[in-house]
Design a binder for this molecule. Structure first.
Ligand SMILES: Cc1cc2nc3c(=O)[nH]c(=O)nc-3n(C[C@H](O)[C@H](O)[C@H](O)COP(=O)(O)OP(=O)(O)OC[C@H]3O[C@@H](n4cnc5c(N)ncnc54)[C@H](O)[C@@H]3O)c2cc1C
Length: 397
């Protein structure tokens, strides 16, 4: 009998884990709270060792076929004048793809031999001697050998297993939003970034030139906005950006028609341990770092290692979880450290800091400094050594 694994969350980490578990002879089921795949979000990039992982998964070609092919990013002032310019590798790594396109690729590579259940979620977990009894919101009860919480920063599995989110979440003092509008600026594979103290607007035209991907980052206290309340989130954005200037009025006007708004705090998740009994956490549910910490690549790397260790442990899930955690702790630390100050970089809080950030970009954007910046931004990606789980034990490296 194959080991059954219930994965909560069909974002990035969940389908990536399903992919590797299937390949290693497990029987994964993925349960996703949303009624369908959530394809929103801004672009995500891969660099360094993460490229090897994409090759091992056999999805690099698919990713290249959908890559944003983003060019340079230009910092502009309130009148649209260029202040600094950065080569694409800074923000877009070695290959960049919209998060939604990546989710779709991962889903397409797994949907034929993995059970996906949309529009449902776990409400209860009861561990018994040889499995976990799982209750679902829609009333069903099933038993699985193992359960994985890959359900993002606001993980339901983490709450049920370890306790309330507030105990593990550190807010970084910023919020972010991402949405897509028509490309009224006519940008062609380039991005523009405009900041005033404490607020930033980033726009980019990527794969689909008809569309403009908008990301907002603003300094804020914790906001009392419910996660699935898009209308209130839109109101908050309109209020916060009312006097921003530049292209903000047009972007906010389009916001009313947006139906896939991503809105969240920039926060980190810190837990002393990622597993308890037969339940383990993966991706943002376990270690959310925030943007700038290679979160997507790290979630996919974690999926590879977790599946590999489970297969290598031949049924000893506790040993597998321990080795997975041992291997991921270091890279996660690098990632969280790298992302901790990202809000100040993305939306500097004072006029002085905006100017300082722009000068820094100008310096780092100059040719001699490109290598240094590339090294800095690849640290989290390269902090992992990808063991070859297909090789005989003695030859793994
Ligand atoms: C729609 C969307 C847009 C995003 N856009 C951005 C962005 O613009 N910038 C950024 O920095 N990060 C963004 N993120 C977060 C980013 O995807 C992650 O940081 C990273 O890719 C790690 O992925 P993950 O799979 O761990 O988490 P996620 O990609 O967040 O995936 C978690 C999945 O679990 C599902 N889920 C949540 N709760 C439950 C539950 N109780 N039961 C079952 N399923 C559940 C969610 O619907 C989601 O599909 C976005 C996430 C989502 C879901």
């Amino acid at each position: 009998m194959k080991t059954t694994v219930l994965i909560s969350g069909a974002g990035i980490a969940g389908p990536a884990l399903a992919f590797w578990l299937r390949k290693r002879g497990f029987a994964p089921t993925v349960v996703e709270r949303a009624p369908a795949l959530r394809e929103g979000g801004s672009a995500v990039d891969f660099r360094g060792e993460q490229m090897t992982l994409l090759e091992r998964m056999g999805i690099l070609e698919d990713i290249r076929a959908k890559e944003t092919a983003m060019g340079e990013q230009v910092i502009v002032d309130g009148r649209g004048r260029k202040v600094a310019q950065m080569p694409s590798v800074f923000f877009s790594g070695e290959v960049e793809i919209e998060r939604g396109d990546l989710t779709r690729i991962l889903y397409d590579h797994t949907k034929d031999d993995v059970e996906y259940v949309f529009g449902d979620w776990i409400t209860g977990l009861g561990e018994v001697a040889d499995g976990v009894d799982v209750s679902f919101a829609h009333g069903e009860q099933r038993r699985f050998d193992l359960v994985v919480g890959a359900d993002g920063m606001h993980s339901g599995v983490r709450r049920l297993t370890f306790g309330d989110e507030e105990r593990f979440r550190t807010d970084l003092g910023f919020h972010t939003a991402a949405f897509t509008v028509p490309n009224h600026l006519g940008l062609d594979h380039v991005g523009q970034i405009c900041s005033v103290p404490g607020r930033t607007v980033m726009v980019a035209s990527g794969r689909d030139r008809a569309a403009l991907n908008v990301s907002l980052v603003f300094a804020s206290e914790s906001l009392e906005v419910r996660r699935r309340d898009a209308e209130t989130q839109k109101k908050v954005l309109v209020e916060r950006y009312a006097d921003f200037g530049w292209e903000a009025p047009t972007l906010l006007e389009c916001l009313g028609d947006v139906d896939a708004l991503y809105f969240d705090s920039l926060s980190q998740i810190h837990l002393g341990k990622w597993s308890q009994g037969r339940v383990v956490l993966l991706g943002d549910a376990a270690w959310c770092a925030g943007p700038g910490g290679s979160g997507t690549g790290l979630a996919m790397t974690g999926a590879y290692i977790l599946a590999g260790e489970l297969a290598a442990a031949h049924g000893d899930h506790e040993a597998a979880f321990a080795r997975y955690e041992e291997k991921m702790r270091g890279p996660v630390k690098v990632s969280q450290k790298q992302a901790a100050g990202i809000g100040t970089f993305l939306a500097p809080k004072t006029r002085f800091l905006v100017g300082y950030r722009n000068v820094l970009y100008r310096v780092l954007g100059s040719r001699p400094m490109t290598k240094v910046f590339t090294w800095i931004t690849s640290r989290a990606a390269n902090a992992v050594t990808l063991e070859n789980y297909d090789a005989p034990v003695a030859a793994r490296g």
